[in-house]
Design a protein around this ligand. Sequence first.
Ligand SMILES: Cc1ncc(COP(=O)(O)O)c(C=O)c1O
Length: 320
Amino acid sequence: MTSLLTRFGTQMTRLNGVRAIMKDIVETLQTGKEFINLSAGNPVILPEVEQLWRDCTTALLASREYGEVVCRYGASQGYAPLIEAVLADFNQRYGLNLSDRNVLITPGSQAIYFFASNALGGYTDEGVLKKIILPLSPDYTGYGAVSLFPEAVVACRPTIEVDEIHHRFKYHPDFSRLILDDNTGFVLFSRPCNPTGNVLTDDEVRKIAALADAHSSPVFVDSAYACPYPALNFAEMTPVFASNVVHCISLSKAGLPGERIGIALGDERVINALESFQTNLCIHSSRYGQAIAARAIQSGALQICRLMSFAPTTKLSLPC
Ligand SMILES: Cc1ncc(COP(=O)(O)O)c(C=O)c1O
């Protein structure tokens, strides 16, 4: 009997990566027992943040653009007012000179890593395996199954700096193990890191970017918890921008996981490749979510999630 699934079908239906967690959660909740759902990075619903999204929705419903937003398809690259809002904010905030060719809006940032892993990682026409290098492990479990070729994802063991006096430790990339070469498809890490909360230092990021640049390899910095939104960094950090860095943003931890908004900022050629994947996969991200996100960023109101991350007992450092 012929098998229903192809090699990729089998690979994608395995219980790995983010799928394992999502399935676990659904099945656990279905048992009917009472649980506090702390599932898969779900942000707590803060009343002020919920109100922000409610207000943006009210404004959208009352606006003339409503029909244009929800009753029409749009560009794969994303909803123009959101792209403009992100560009204006990032260019002004970090002194950048990004244009609309450097931006892609995706249905959540998880999608960026899937697109990148299969556009830039995996086998070339010549049969060469382009690797996806995680410079430090542990890192986000959602990277575990992003490639159609699992052998493409390679993680490096870290060094661990132990501070016995304060009973702390910190992960650092072990640069003696981080070997990048012409077969490096791209480098990927989360900063701040899920699950460890570790923040690679600015110097470490610059060093990784320079090592990758020597082989024309992009570096995807998963900024799902970074500044400026949601700014859940509990250690000092500055976003690092370089010609080969793709800065990846998620609005999920800024209180909008249900609307699936991811944003990639980077080199035009990389953005183009990711956009092509997106068109074939899903055409574009939900325009309703994009429209309310545009309002929250344009008005500066999204800063509220940054303020909400301050707790009286937390020493928070937010240069960005
Ligand atoms: C580090 C990290 N990256 C990416 C994601 C996926 O986020 P999104 O909702 O934008 O797809 C998560 C979700 O928990 C995460 O923790």
